[in-house]
Design a protein around this ligand. Sequence first.
Ligand code: PDD
Length: 277
Amino acid sequence: KYAIVNDHIINREEAKVDIEDRGYQFGDGVYEVIRVYNGKMFTVKEHMERFVRSAESIGIKIPYASENITKMLEDLIEKDNLKLGIVYMQITRGAAPRNHAFPAGDVVPVITAYTKEMPIPEANLQSGVKTILTEDIRWLRCDIKSLNLLGNILAKQKAAEQGCYEAIQHRGQDVTEGSSSNVYIVKNGTVITHESNNLILKGITKDVILKVCAENEIPVEERTFSLEELAQADEVFLSSTTSEVTPIVVIDEKKVGTGSPGPITKKLQALFKQEIE
Ligand code: PDD
């Protein structure tokens, strides 16, 4: 197994973290998770664009061109002989004596990346998953794919403790997104999902779903929807790089619709599969 550290591919065991790396101390950095199907990264350009955007929005300038990083990730995938899985990549502001304010300009950011085998979650895609509701306690820049994931992990842990796959977060009456996914409802044939603003992460999978909806004349409304609308929905599903289009069949122990994956969700699963082939 190998890892990328800055502009080198090294043995995984040789990759080390400085105890004063700002990513380690402050969560001062951003990350991406990219799907690998058949040894190839899916929507890598979109992930790289979001990586740059996230980094820029916290004042980190990535010291390498996106094309060069992409090339290195491709080399890494090849060296690891990864066929089906993910690439995890992050950048931190770098290592410097601990101080909240940014360090001087000569501190170089630290990029790390590694691969992981991951199967397609077939059982979840087939049968759907159980979820819980939880108040969204995160900050107001959820559009940045930040390493600070405390709000997300506490939400996910709460779901896990109740034997559930995901926590659907809401700010008051408004549903935002899952702890590591975007959430959608279907009502009378229309797909409704939170608009991509500062309160959610603009999912790359979400963009693919919205694209296939447009191409197949499936009506979409990108807007805030309420807990009441969620409870009354015909179908509910979530999306992410690792979960693709996963039906949600239970929310807080109550069945969604008939309690099994609905027709629009299944249609979107099929259309999504076509995109990755
Ligand atoms: N999670 N919202 C949040 C809070 C997320 O963490 C993710 C992704 C998404 C979906 O984004 P995308 O479709 O680009 O994967 C939405 C990744 C997979 C993770 O943290 O593991």
